[in-house]
Design a protein around this ligand. Structure first.
Ligand SMILES: C[S@@+](CC[C@H](N)C(=O)[O-])C[C@H]1O[C@@H](n2cnc3c(N)ncnc32)[C@H](O)[C@@H]1O
Length: 272
């Protein structure tokens, strides 16, 4: 696909599946955040950086056919997945907008009731101007809900495993070299206030999980796909990736294995 635009983690089938797992384990918290923000039937909602549309489908349910969801995404491959599912479910109130968020002058709406954005501002090259565009897409009183990392370095195995402790900084460095900022939530509340929003709620999500917990699946799938990806990008030597993979699997199989997740900040803000 000649016009395909990858982001750091790729847009291949395995990444679509990983995003599906990720959405499934985070879904309850996402629905809860939307409810606390007042997102509901009849509203117009932007899904910024929708990916293949797992959250888009839930937003379409929440606003129902009396509302509207605008999915904005750069990857044609992800949008093809979203479009097929939208058509299969006859969700005609989802509109699809193929756009590079670093390039567009404005979002395709100026009176939205809400905007949802998860793990996207951390990947774009110019997040602060994009935040201003997000605010402009909302009506006064409109809400924005973000789930972004606050401090990716909290991601650790306990008891600690050396190869893994050395691996997390490689992810963070690669991310930054690709133009993103993993810990974007550390600056986001301030940028939102500067752009004309009031912070309604700040809620950190960090968990200590065991291999039997549903949430374990999220970092586990990320370890495997990111190792492959970092080797393919030439950022990690194949032998080292293999060691990290084996150490992670041995850790998961050992008694008392636990993992601390990378801390995510949920931000709910309302336009003045
Ligand atoms: C980690 S995924 C999250 C997808 C979705 N928000 C979710 O939570 O499942 C990051 C998404 O941001 C998109 N993205 C990254 N940079 C982008 C850009 N400059 N313009 C538009 N989309 C971008 C990627 O293509 C990918 O779909």
């Amino acid at each position: 696909m000649s016009n395909e635009r990858d982001y750091m983690l790729g847009t291949h089938d395995e990444e679509v599946a990983r995003l599906g797992v990720q959405h499934r384990v985070w879904r309850d918290r996402v629905l809860d955040g939307w409810q606390r923000a007042g997102i509901g039937p009849g509203q117009t909602v932007v899904d910024l950086g929708s990916g293949p549309g797992f959250a888009t489908m839930d937003l379409a349910d929440v606003v129902n056919h009396t509302g509207r969801v605008l999915a904005i995404e750069r990857s044609r491959r992800f949008l093809d997945v979203l479009e097929a599912e939208r058509d299969r479910r006859r969700l005609t109130h989802i509109s699809i907008h193929e756009a590079d968020l670093d390039e567009i002058d404005e979002l395709p709406v100026s009176d939205a009731d809400a905007l949802w954005c998860r793990w996207v501002l951390a990947f774009v090259r110019r997040p602060q101007p994009l935040v201003t565009k997000c605010v402009s897409s909302l009506r006064p009183g409109g809400v924005a809900v973000f789930h972004e990392y606050l401090n990716y370095a909290t991601w650790r195995l306990i008891p600690p495993v050396k190869s893994f402790d050395d691996f997390v900084p490689v992810i963070r460095e690669t991310w930054r070299e690709e133009g993103g900022e993993p810990d974007i939530a550390a600056v986001l509340p301030h940028w939102l206030e500067q752009a004309g929003m009031d912070i309604v709620s700040l809620r950190p999500y960090v968990d200590v999980v065991s291999p039997g917990d549903a949430l374990w699946e999220w970092p586990q799938t990320f370890v495997h796909s990111s190792l492959d990806r970092l080797v393919a990008l030439g950022r990690l030597e194949a032998g080292r990736a293999q060691t990290i993979r084996q150490d992670f699997m041995a850790h998961a199989a050992s008694p008392g294995a636990r993992l601390v997740t990378p801390i995510v900040l949920e931000i709910i803000a309302r336009k003045r």
